[in-house]
Ligand binder design. Structure first.
Ligand code: GLU
Length: 284
């Protein structure tokens, strides 16, 4: 079976060398194996994503010499699909509405002696709304109080029933501990979706067989395997890659304007040179 890889940027700014590295890795793997390379725009965050950035991503990738197979999948066009997944998980009793505001959550955490944090650095939710009665939930929803939807982690892990692991290409099987994330938000207040939900749904829907992405997202794989298992979705292989850094060793980020592909291009740097600076070692 031939491989399917993807590059899934969020259009919150212009692509920089780090993105070029990620895109070239996924594209290169697919092309070397005669497989398929997909492009997906992860734009479910209405506050941070902009259509002009999506357009710029397509243009920058084409300039870099990267071509993709089939239409670009734009997540914001598929919100009903994500809602359907949430509905299914809710019917199975694995979700609950959370009415807490960010400020309330931060206050609770500040008041706790030793607040545990998840692998992504955010404080673990203490489960306040998990304890609400059915009647209390219904009353708040009827009153129009905005709510996010959280996964009941204990129940979700119990529903899966077996120890989960993922296959990291260079290492073999790695044990998962999704409970480290606590009751994660799967549906946000402003949009019935979340990064974890959409990324796993779409990888399954699009038949992605090899997920290549930065090692900063490796911890999230535990959670992604949990969702795949709960939903009966196929399990892709994973190949997490290094993150590019600046000369001082700091990871490249959106703030590093100097290394955006746009700026490099305007400075007259060729696509081949940008590919080299992005760590591309494949054919020129
Ligand atoms: N959209 C995510 C990002 O921009 C990447 C998702 C993934 O590769 O799993 O960081």
């Amino acid at each position: 079976m031939s491989i399917v890889t993807r590059f899934a940027p969020s259009p919150t700014g212009h692509l920089h060398l780090g993105h070029a590295h990620a895109a070239l890795t996924a594209w290169g793997r697919a092309r070397a194996a005669g497989g398929r390379f997909l492009l997906r725009i992860e734009d479910i965050d209405p506050g941070r994503c902009r259509p002009d950035h999506s357009d710029a991503i397509l243009e920058d990738l084409a300039w870099l010499g990267i071509d993709w197979d089939g239409p670009v999948r734009v997540q914001s066009e598929h919100l009903p699909e994500y809602r359907a997944v949430l509905d299914e998980l809710a019917e199975r009793g694995l979700l609950y509405p959370c009415f807490c505001t960010r400020a309330e959550i931060m206050r609770e955490v500040a008041g706790a002696a030793a607040a545990p944090h998840g692998p992504d650095g955010t404080p673990l939710y203490r489960g306040t709304c998990r304890a609400l009665s059915r009647a209390e939930r219904a009353a708040r929803i009827a009153a129009g109080v905005p709510y996010a939807v959280r996964l009941d982690m204990v129940r979700a892990v119990a529903a899966v029933g077996t120890k989960l692991s993922f296959r990291e290409e260079q290492e073999g099987r790695v044990a998962c501990r999704p409970e480290r994330f606590g009751d994660v938000v799967l549906g946000r207040k402003d949009v019935p979706a979340s990064y974890h939900l959409c990324v796993t749904h779409d990888d399954a829907r699009q038949g992605v067989s090899l997920v290549t992405r930065g090692e900063d997202l490796r911890p999230a794989t535990d959670l992604h395997r949990l969702l795949q298992s709960l939903m009966g979705w196929p399990e892709p292989a994973y190949a997490h890659h290094r993150l590019l850094t600046d000369p001082s060793g700091r990871r490249l980020a959106k703030r590093d304007r100097a290394v955006t592909l746009r700026v490099l291009r305007a400075e007259g740097v060729s696509p081949g040179e940008v590919r080299a600076r992005a760590g591309w070692t494949g054919p020129a």
